[in-house]
Ligand binder design. Structure first.
Ligand code: GAR
Length: 188
């Protein structure tokens, strides 16, 4: 039986696509059984549709609270028997509803060497700071912004001032690191 993954995203979904493709061609022994997105207009929604992957797309404003929409997400994860939840550019902090239901089974990718540069603008802040060594972090998720125990990190050197270039270099590293990390966790 293949393992069952959910991927959460809010934007482009390049990590979602990399994970889904790796599952489809056997580089990950799993299936993406659900894509969850909190932004109906995000490009990731079309990507999931074209790949034939079931989605739960919602607007937080349609719910009374975060606890309410997370309870709905948990119902859908449970219904799909999801084993591992992969946050990939899902730009929301999780509450206890999701964290307790999937304790130890939620991971995230972040475009910096944590604990440096948490938040939504990590690359821009690192360039602004003038760092020379950048990186990507995979970590377990807790209730803090980009907090939680680190699983893996990959560093790269860049001596310039173009955030777009750092994003380009980082993105390739992200896709492979996410695939490797999922494989490592599933083989435990
Ligand atoms: C990725 O670079 C990911 O590391 C970042 O969002 C991007 C999503 O790209 N996540 C964070 O900044 C989390 N704080 P994608 O939608 O193309 O996968």
């Amino acid at each position: 039986m293949k393992h069952r993954l959910a991927v959460f995203a809010s934007g482009e979904g390049t990590n979602f696509e990399a994970i889904a493709r790796a599952c489809a061609d056997g580089r990950i022994d799993a299936e993406v059984v659900l894509m969850v997105c909190d932004k109906p207009a995000a490009p990731v929604v079309g990507k999931a549709g074209r790949m034939g992957i079931r989605s739960f797309v919602f607007s937080p404003k349609d719910y009374g609270s975060k606890a309410e929409y997370e309870a709905e997400i948990v119902r859908r994860l449970d219904a799909e028997k999801v084993e591992l939840v992969c946050l990939a550019g899902y730009m929301r902090i999780l509450s206890d509803v999701l964290l307790n239901a999937y304790e130890g089974r939620i991971i995230n990718i972040h475009p910096s060497l944590l604990p440096a540069f948490r938040g939504a603008h990590a690359v821009e802040q690192a360039v602004e700071y003038g760092v020379k060594v950048y990186g990507i972090t995979m970590h377990y998720v807790n209730s803090e912004l980009d907090g939680g125990r680190i699983i893996a990190q990959k560093a790269f050197e860049y001596d310039g001032s173009d955030p777009a270039e750092v994003h380009r270099i980082g993105q390739k590293i992200e896709h492979q690191l996410y695939i490797d990390t999922i494989n490592k966790l599933l083989s435990k």
